[in-house]
Design a protein around this ligand. Structure first.
Ligand code: ATP
Ligand code: MG
Length: 428
């Protein structure tokens, strides 16, 4: 064993590639001077919650934007700065962060808030982990806030994952309802536009809030973000042009900083695994491929069976057809045939359309309106943002869908005639 360990480059005392690898970890919160290209966003968030630092009531704010645009990072960053600024004005300000993709019910979210508050204070009362309802957790929250804090910033990240929005109302009405005098500012974060559309129906006017939109990063911002973490690598390990290539690839896809950083890290891992002394453009290209498969798997693993079948239907049309884009109707026809293959009852065409829309927002597909005027002849064309091969692979990972034809099988069934776009026999 000892021999193996010393022979494994992974366990060398000196890492030939990475110097401070933690800078590239997903959960890493960079220092202020490593945050790039979000000055306006930082200012905007600060403008909404900043009143707290002067002892005034803050605004609630909802932040929307695609994945990897710095929403979580900037929110935490501004909240922490506000807390420090408040402290220097002798205002006791708490910052509470809840990841609603984990704490996805009101009970879980309020329990987490109560426990976090207790951690930060001398609060003596026991807060039960189970067996009590939301109301009891609220009681603890109000009591701790009332006793210990002048203000609190509550960050509800991935707020669309919460099963209901009552917590927003409770937090925004707390003062009015005389539960506590503490000023409460909520920062809600979501990468779902659909959430925004339904938010007004979910909440009443008590949750008055501003909206901010974070845009994807462009290549030069991504370059800057990565340059600022270059010291994650040993000196001279990154070959010239690698960061530029990585930024260009990530910008072309989605302007997602997380992906850009992940590709850089994966490229480093690849270099190390293959015993290379430097990270080259080829490593970046290869890492991008791996990252793309991971991304698709991540995105589709949480999707419903019908969303997966819809994606598979589109992928299979692209593989067997001669076009890159297909109408909802065309995808639906293929989808119905595929449902038969896996003995699944198809949903309606409109249902499928909604699934496609969701996937478009996630960034797996792109949908574009084409054709005639508003009333007539206009239709949506959908395309895959990724290689159809990845989709087929990811969808077939679902154990209930592994019977579906593989990429090679689909490709081999492609008629070599000019009628490549005709339905496959087995599908319709
Ligand atoms: N402006 C920036 N400067 C430096 N690093 C950044 C910047 N924006 C994002 N990052 C890094 O990119 C990663 C993703 O950012 P973040 O988690 O804030 O994205 P997000 O918008 O919350 O995405 P999601 O919707 O998927 O949660 C983080 O690791 C973060 O450190
Ligand atoms: Mg986030």
């Amino acid at each position: 064993m000892a021999e193996q360990t010393s022979g494994d480059p992974l366990f060398q005392s000196h890492d030939p590639i990475f110097n401070r690898k933690e800078l590239l970890h997903v959960g890493h919160v960079p220092d202020e001077d490593r945050i790039v290209g979000r000055d306006d966003e930082i200012q905007s968030v600060a403008a909404e919650v900043g009143a707290i630092t002067r002892g005034d009531p803050p605004n609630n704010v909802m932040i929307y934007g695609k994945t990897g645009t710095g929403k979580s990072l900037i929110s935490r960053h501004v909240a922490t700065r506000a807390q420090n600024a408040a402290r220097s004005n002798e205002i006791d300000c708490a910052v509470l962060y809840v990841d609603c993709s984990e704490a996805n019910t009101e009970t879980r979210a309020t329990r987490q808030l109560a426990l976090r508050l207790k951690e930060q204070t001398e609060y003596q009362q026991n807060i039960p982990l189970r067996g009590v309802g939301t109301m009891e957790y609220y009681q603890h929250i109000w009591r701790i806030l009332e006793d210990c804090f002048d203000a609190v910033i509550v960050i509800l990240d991935e707020i669309d994952k919460l099963d209901n929005s009552n917590i927003l109302m409770q937090l925004s009405r707390a003062r009015e309802a005389q539960k506590t005098d503490t000023y409460i500012g909520v920062i809600g974060i979501s990468n779902k536009v659909q959430y925004r559309e339904t938010l007004d129906e979910r909440i009443d006017s008590s949750f008055g809030h501003r909206e901010l939109f974070f845009h994807p990063y462009d290549a030069s911002q991504l370059r800057e973000i990565m340059r600022n973490r270059e010291d994650a690598f040993q000196p001279d390990v990154l070959e010239d042009g690698t960061i530029e290539l990585c930024a260009a690839l990530a910008a072309k896809k989605h302007g997602d900083a997380r992906k850009a950083i992940e590709i850089l890290k994966e490229a480093g891992e690849l270099a190390r695994r293959t015993g290379s002394e430097t990270v080259s453009e080829a490593h970046i290209q290869q890492a991008q491929e791996v990252a793309e498969i991971n991304r698709i798997e991540e995105l589709t693993s949480g999707a419903t069976v019908h969303a997966k079948l819809a994606l598979y239907a589109l992928a299979s049309r692209i593989i067997t057809g001669s076009r890159e884009t297909y109408k909802t109707r065309e995808i639906y026809e293929r989808y119905v045939g595929i449902c038969e293959l896996v003995a699944n009852d198809p949903i309606t065409e409109n249902g499928l359309y909604r699934q496609l829309k969701e996937q478009a927002f996630l960034g797996v597909i792109e949908s574009e309106k084409t054709g005639g005027g508003r009333s007539q002849g206009s239709y949506l064309l959908h395309r895959l943002v990724t290689d159809p091969k990845h989709i087929v692979k990811a969808v077939r990972r679902d154990s209930s869908l592994e019977e579906l034809p593989t990429y090679d099988q689909l490709r081999d069934t492609t008629p070599s005639t000019t009628n490549r776009d005709l339905e496959l026999d087995s599908f319709s």
